[in-house]
Design a protein around this ligand. Structure first.
Ligand SMILES: [Zn+2]
Length: 320
């Protein structure tokens, strides 16, 4: 059983995942350091979400059992069993890319792009994702007991670890202080990760043109952002080669860059946030506008074919 990752770039992924429990352990041992350690836990939880996304598209290890253990570890820090990416993301979002039928559409009640819609997107999107998750669970239960067992294990590991660690915090520091230690090292970072990962999906698709060959996604090209988030900013290339390893996205993006509307290739993530959600309400010309065709406005004569949805992880997991 080899513990080597399929791509050498994933030694960094593994290093990040190994750091996650260490930071929690440090916070449990030294609650006085919580103000310094907690921001690291928030970042690492977000990284766990990004890594879970990458892992579901393109498994980190060759060995299936190792991939399963890795997915379980990520579930604990990411805040939800990672199998849920398969029905809502790989098999739904990637096939429909913000068109009608995508559970995670950015235009559910309005096509506005403002702070209210962005910050509440997590709740709307989670609500609509519950149906595909339940349907996938039913299908797994009926026709793939092995997959169903893996999913149940993920739920047990995820909930058991989160609540187990709350118990450990109480045992070490008493109910009041223990709850604070758990909240700021595990509970809130996990919630933040779920909320932010969904917000990224909103940023990456709102006001884009899902009928276009290359203008279906917004990119953030900053080197630092892409280092910290494992190239998650390069979303057009990701949609067009969903099974490609994250480390190959900069090269794929470089090939595509000229064919993408310049307004969808932004350098700075924070520049976009400040301009769109703080300045555009005062100076509307600074805000985004719907590019090309809106998602709810299919072109006459039928929809053009979608980007490549070839996807290793989903195909593997779909063996229902
Ligand atoms: Zn994806």
């Amino acid at each position: 059983m080899s513990l080597r990752p399929r791509f050498s770039a994933d030694y960094r992924t593994i290093a990040w995942v190994l750091t996650m429990p260490l930071v929690v352990a440090a916070a449990y041992a030294r609650p006085d350091l919580l103000p310094w350690l907690s921001p690291v836990s928030f970042y690492l939880a977000l990284a766990a979400g990004v890594i879970a996304h990458n892992h579901n598209h393109c498994p980190t290890f060759a060995n299936k059992r190792v991939n399963g253990v890795f997915a379980n570890t990520l579930s604990v820090f990411y805040g939800y069993p990672t199998f849920a990416w398969i029905p809502t993301h790989n098999l739904n979002h990637h096939k429909l890319v913000n068109r009608e039928g995508d559970a995670t559409i950015t235009w559910r009640y309005t096509n506005r792009n403002d702070a209210l819609v962005a910050t509440t997107y997590f709740f709307v999107s989670s609500y609509w994702q519950s149906d595909p998750i339940k349907a996938y669970l039913r299908k797994a239960r009926a026709s793939n007991p092995r997959l169903f067992r893996q999913i149940v294990t993920q739920y047990v590991v995820w909930a058991g670890s989160q609540f187990g660690m709350l118990g450990v915090a109480w045992a070490l520091h008493g109910a009041r202080r223990g709850t604070v230690v758990w909240l700021f090292s595990m509970g809130l970072p996990a919630f933040f990760s779920l909320w932010t990962i969904m917000l990224f999906n909103y940023f990456q698709h709102v006001h884009c043109d899902p009928w276009s060959a290359h203008d279906h996604s917004r990119n953030f090209t900053s080197k630092l952002t892409n280092f910290l988030l494992f190239n998650n900013g390069l979303h057009t290339a990701h949609h067009e080669s969903a099974g490609a390893h994250w480390s190959t996205l900069p090269a794929l993006h470089a090939k595509l860059e000229r064919d993408i509307s310049p307004s969808l290739n932004l350098r700075s993530f924070w520049g976009y946030v400040v301009r769109q959600y703080l300045l555009a309400p005062l100076f509307p010309s600074l805000g985004t506008r719907q590019i090309g065709r809106a998602p709810f406005d299919p072109p006459p004569g039928g929809a053009p074919p979608l980007a490549d949805v070839d996807d290793h992880g989903a195909i593997e997991a779909l063996a229902l």
